[in-house]
Every structure is written in C-alpha cells, then in structure tokens.
Design a protein around this ligand. Structure first.
Ligand code: GLU
Length: 272
C-alpha cells in the first residue's frame, strides 16, 4: 500500500532506503549498526526493503591511503573496487545479528536505459525480495565514467524505486530535512510537506553535500524525489540518525506526496 502520510509508512509494501557516503563511512561507520537495526525491524514486519548505499569510494579511501576523495576517474574506480567489497561486508556483518542475508546489486545507467539489462535487473530484484534477501544497490563504479554515470546515488535510488514499483523512497543524509534555505543560514525553516507537483518556489536549494566524500546535496534530493513521486512513490528526506523514527512513521523530515496515480516504469498507468 502506498503511504499517503507518514503515519502509514509502517504499512508500506516495498521501500527503497538510500544512504549517503558521509553517513556511513569514516567517523560515521558506526551508523551502519543503527541503520541496519531500523531496516531489520521493517523487514521483520514484512516490508520488502531495498538499500541503496553510497560509500564505496569513501570506504576505500583509507585503504588506498587517500585523505580526500580522488578526482581522477581511475583512482575513483580503484577506490570503489576496494570500498564496495568492505562496505557490503560491513552491512552483512551487521545483518547477521538478525539472520538477514544481503544481495549485492551493482548497476550502470545503461543497464536501466536498455530494455534487456533493465528487465534482467527487475527480475533479479523481484526474486531477491521474494527470497527475503535484502538487496544492497550501488552504481557499478569500477566501470562507470563521468559521461555515463547516474550522476549521484539519489537519482539511482529514485530510478530503482521506479524500476521495482516501490511505494516509498527514503533519502537519508547528514541533514534532517529540506529547509527553505541552506540550514546553517538564519531563518531557515524545515519544509514539512511538499504537495505533488509543487515547484518549491522561493526555496533556496543548495547543490553541494556537506562532508566532501559524497556527491549529492539538497538539489539532487529534490530532483530524485520528483522522479520517484512522479512514478507513484511517496518520498521522505531525512537524516540517517532519524531512520528508525522515519520508518516508524514519526513526524520527521520532508514528505513529498506521490502522484495520485501510480505509473509503471515505462510510463504507462499501472493496472492495479
Ligand atoms: N557510487 C558512489 C560511491 O559509492 C557514490 C555516489 C554518490 O555519492 O552519490 O562511492
């Protein structure tokens, strides 16, 4: 059932939760356990949960003795190769506490644009969920180049939500909500609710993330929220530290209303 308001979140059927690099790498690697606690609670209630996790490059950086996110493509790809492996290991280690098995799904933008790999990905995700496995999705960074990237994982998460017909997308980062202007500025107010199709006129949206290891910011979150809402999923933007409250349906973050009518990934109105 597509939640029409936050209190209906615990009754969602299929959800995509996206977490940003700076929330789960470096000094924040300790946030993986509480994140997994909240995902496991939803999973145990019978909700189908997909995690889209950034953090491959950020997790790989210390192993390549890098203090900053690399700027050249080959080193980004190398860092992602090392970090993706460790990232999924860390999630699995944490999921073991609940007896939940993770499945790794790495996608490129081309995979979702071309019908054959797209339907392969869709079928694999459906089967993983039917098997009660928790898919952990990231961009396939070792083969992605600047020209063909999704751009950021907020967009990837929205496209995955569309692909699998999720009824809720939760975008987690270091900031607890969208604000009327960048939250460190005086007079910034939390936006609680965004009606479907609202242009957010007068809202000053920043384009850069805070911690310098990821790529997203409020701008990428808003455009991802619009893609998912258009496809019929409700969207909640909040902080990783508030994920348990968010999935319990509490009054946190910024809520984007879904389109009144659900659309399938190919743009056709859904039959059900
Ligand atoms: N896929 C990249 C990673 O895992 C992150 C992309 C993003 O920050 O949005 O490091």
């Amino acid at each position: 059932m597509t939640p029409r308001r936050r209190t209906e979140i615990p009754h969602a059927t299929r959800i995509v939760v996206k977490v940003g690099s700076s929330s789960i790498s470096g000094d924040n690697a300790g946030q993986i356990a509480p994140l997994v606690d909240a995902l496991a609670a939803a999973h145990e209630r019978g909700i189908e949960v997909v995690l889209v996790s950034s953090g491959a490059i950020a997790t790989g950086m210390p192993y390549l003795k890098l203090d900053e996110r690399p700027t050249d493509l080959a080193t980004q790809q190398a860092a992602a190769s090392v970090g993706q492996n460790l990232l999924v290991f860390r999630y699995q280690d944490s999921l073991d506490r609940y007896g939940i098995v993770a499945g790794q799904v790495l996608l490129t933008a081309g995979d979702l644009e071309n019908p054959t790999p797209r339907s392969n990905a869709q079928r694999a995700m459906d089967r993983l969920l039917a098997l009660k496995i928790l898919p952990i999705v990231n961009e396939n960074d070792t083969v992605a180049t600047h020209e063909i990237r999704f751009g950021d994982n907020d967009r990837l998460a929205a496209l995955v939500a569309e692909l699998i017909g999720a009824d809720l997308l939760v975008l987690l980062s270091d900031v607890d909500a969208l604000y009327t202007k960048p939250p460190h500025l005086d007079g910034a107010k939390r936006i609680e609710h965004v009606p479907f199709g609202d242009a957010l006129t007068g809202v000053e949206i920043g384009s850069v993330g805070r911690a310098g290891v990821g790529t997203g910011g409020a701008e990428t979150k808003v455009s991802a929220a619009r893609i998912a809402a258009e496809a019929g999923a409700a969207v909640l933007i909040t902080a990783t530290s508030l994920v348990a409250d968010a999935l319990a349906g509490r009054e946190v973050g910024t809520w984007f209303e879904p389109a009144p009518e659900r659309h399938t990934a190919d743009g056709e109105p859904a039959l059900a």
